[in-house]
Design a protein around this ligand. Sequence first.
Ligand code: SAM
Length: 302
Amino acid sequence: PPLEERLREILEKEYGISDEGTYQALLKLMKGWLKPSVPGEGISLTKDGSYTLIAKEYGEPYHSLTAGALSECVEKFLKPSGLLERVEGSKIIRVVDVGFGLGYNVVVMLKHLRDVKKDLYIEVLSFEKELPKEVPPPPEEYLPYWKLLWDNLPSFEKDGISFRLLLGDARERVKEIKSFDADAIFHDGFSPYKNPELWTLDFLALLTKLLKRDGVWVSYTSSLAVRKALKLLGFNLQSTYPVGRKMGGTKAGFEIEESLTEVEAQKLKNSPFAVPFRDPTLNREPLHILADYGLRVLYNKS
Ligand code: SAM
């Protein structure tokens, strides 16, 4: 059903709200949030010369077109994660990867960690709802790891790499993992408004149980809703270096220093948008999660 119809249903059924004013205000907010960020579909060239895919159903590319697909993996995930330095004192590194997509984040991480330490054992747990049908290959230097992954999906243990892909909704599959001890979580869903089920307080609470006490969670997003959820879970937050856009991403950890700027910290405290997405049953439809968030934004409720 179209957004208009579905939103009326959600408001009435879930919240007993039928007044036109609330409906119109919420509809306006949600239309803005759901507007596609790029047109088209299929393979697209990015700023650094590497390729990505545009997902039509989300109106978004798998990687930032302006940062460049491969640059995004390096600058927004691998470097901020601190894994390149962590390798020094480690025999094994464990990574949780949310939103496997084209596998670029994993490929980039495998290559660069192995470049630092040839005999490093790497264990990866990836979540992916649905693998894309066409996948552009990455630049040549990454091809061996890219092939290793795609030739052996969904799971393998080979050459000191243990890889497991959990297909399906990550909200369901994450419940199967009892412990993992991740050094880092790479959180790479589509953007929070387009893919809200991956960014709720409730999902993040389960997911971050897989993190070591001194592990870090990293993402490209600086969303206030996401940052607020991470704060509520007890994390300290840092902004990561901006690449291809104005705002940087976010790094969260229990044992890192909090270092948001004064302006960022104030926003997180006072902005009406700084309330977490909620999904207490872990199976709300994305529009419901977004409407629920929108209502709290409109009425300034936590
Ligand atoms: N990290 C990927 C890469 O480097 O190629 C790009 C990930 S793309 C931005 C987001 C991915 O999240 C998509 O592949 C999408 O299918 C996946 N996704 C969206 N919702 C999901 C869900 N509920 N559970 C698991 N994966 C999901």
